[in-house]
Design a protein around this ligand. Sequence first.
Ligand code: AMP
Ligand code: FE
Ligand code: FE
Ligand code: ZN
Length: 283
Amino acid sequence: MGRVDLHLHTTHSDGQHRPSEVVRLASDAGLKLIAVTDHDTVGGIAESATAAARYGIGFIPGIEISTAHAQEQHMLGYYIDPGAPVLREICLHFMQLRDERIGNTIEYLHRCGIMITRADVQAEAPGTYLGRPHIAAAMVRAGYAADINEAFKKYLATDAYRKTPRPKPTAVESIEAIRAAGGTAALAHPDSLHLEAGALSRHVGELKSFGLAGLECCYGTYSRAQTALYVEIAKQHDLIVTGGSDFHGLAIKPDVMIGSGRNHLLDYNDLSVAEALKAAADA
Ligand code: AMP
Ligand code: FE
Ligand code: FE
Ligand code: ZN
């Protein structure tokens, strides 16, 4: 039974639960060390840090920055200072571009015959952050898809959709912002880059030369074989092995449980990772 989960989302990005609820769920699941890693924002850190202290759970302030890549490349930042101006600036800038992208995505969907509006999408979001899961939820509500996964599979995770990209920071810019904010960077869910093992290892090695310190080898949907491959790549480059479920709440990712992922695939227990990440952040 895993006791560590370093990849959690709240209502400040595309998670279902408020920060204090996420921490309560973590406590209920018996977790001892967590990190809140909302997409492109540190808005949920203060509330979750307070809740974690109340529940007596180790807490790492985190972020997950979407970066430019042909596929999906997300950079996790740990022990970032949520007040750091450099991070706030990069988040604000790319949040504005994210918001513009929602308009482009709605236009793309209209071309596909899916007539949802921005108001429909906003109705699915608890705050100002709008992401693809909120668009998917609006599509489900309007009857265009059976569930969120189907909306992604048919429309939002397709090559056609990728032609309406949004500008994002480069991986190197994201590493630099995380480091400038006093934190340390780890590459999230490496399978999402869709690289074969050799190419992935070379890519990771290059990111390491720009300051990457960790690799998310343990993940809510990874098989043992996948995890073993990523641990091997982490070893090749002397990177910290990190792990997390990528919990968003069961209404958004129905099969991904906090702390244990899908079908208990996640079993991450390395409490010493906190010290390793802190040391890398301070280096
Ligand atoms: P965005 O940052 O708006 O492009 O949305 C990315 C988010 O959508 C990810 O963080 C996941 O929460 C979710 N997501 C991405 N791909 C899928 C998928 N194939 N099925 C379900 N959710 C997905
Ligand atoms: Fe997400
Ligand atoms: Fe991600
Ligand atoms: Zn995530």
